[in-house]
Ligand binder design. Sequence first.
Ligand code: UDX
Length: 422
Amino acid sequence: MRITIVGAGHVGAVTGAGLAEMGHQVLLVDRDERVRERLGRGEPPFYEPGLGIMLRGNRSRLRTTDDLAGAVGESAMTFLCVGTPSDATGKADLSAVRAASQAIGAALAGRTEPHTVVVKSTVQPGTTAGVVRSAVEAGAGRTPAEGLSVVMNPEFLREGSAVQDFFLPDRLVIGADDPAGMARLEALYAQFSCPMVRCGTSTAEMVKYASNAFLAVRISCANEIGNLCKPLGIDAHEVLDAVGLDDRIGPRFLGAGLGFGGSCFPKDVRALVALGAALGTGATLLSAALAVNDKQPGTLLDLLEERVGIEGRRIGVLGLAFKPETDDIRESRAIPVVQGLLDRGARVLAYDPMAVGRFRALFPEIAYAASAGEVLSGADATVIVTEWPEFERLDYTGLAVVDGRRCRRAEETAEVYEGICW
Ligand code: UDX
């Protein structure tokens, strides 16, 4: 099948490469020339393990373009993968979704072949039916009865393991309000053996938000337990390891520490809080999950202040990406940590194996080291913000470390060591 992907960010690029690997002809539409050029050369525009190999291996089936109308016009399916960032009120900003939907509708005007529009972007319940379908149908001048379907198929790709998540998902969720749209997505994913959840578009939209909300609440719950453990001298990880052995709870996403960042959890939880306000139901637990998350960087800095002092000190920061195996710094906990250090009068020396370039654009005023070792030798004290595996191979002997991510090596070898929840 010929498939168009609108938006070649993390979700669009991985989905496009995955569909090409499955044998489809894929057209990646992006307005950013630099992104198109890199993808055209088979180079991912961001760091994602395995993506480069897949792009290069499928070059004959992948094309990049800025001509949305031309691409949609020659495709049987269009995936909508544009961003939905938080607006000033926390709500998901739908302007890119709206603009792309109108453009897709216009591109389909006058055409008669069956076409399916697949919403991958995370959108608030009702958006696929209300915003996307209305715009696409209005532009195209036809409806599901006339071969045009708009379905919702949320993504659950984690950065750093997105390729694996594409091919081995825990489940596929297909939201369709018409049988033909459902049948086309079922056929597309026929070779996948995971459970396939069939539901309406609004339910599919809510499954995505609910999944991220649940995981974010789990992390904040672990952090709250950790914040209670710390003054009692209890190791929260020991507690949560035991808690996670309960079959009903399970061990994953109980990693107490600096909290969550990234392109999804903070934005999606904020969107549900805004939805709760708009509906008048409120979202007490989700607001609290954000509050706990916002508190963790300050707790780390308070510990540093207490044990070493901050003003006038040279503080090393290990890790700037929001998690390991990515160069993404969106909502990284490193941002409030570094800002807090500067506000409290520290001189900052930072290192990350992948994310220095992006972080430097945000904080040009701090110093950057070429290696983790350089940070350790040049700093009065070091904070660990991201759990990159290489930080487990360093020698922290004689050093002061305040750890936001439980680096066992630092715990064993540092002279002064303080963990945020342990
Ligand atoms: C997430 C979802 O997992 C994915 O399904 C969705 O589609 C996009 O958002 P991602 O943001 O890439 O993926 O990363 P994830 O591995 O889920 O981690 C998110 C954040 O939570 C990171 O900042 C991580 O450090 C933090 N985290 C995770 C914890 O603080 N503790 C944990 O136990 C687990």
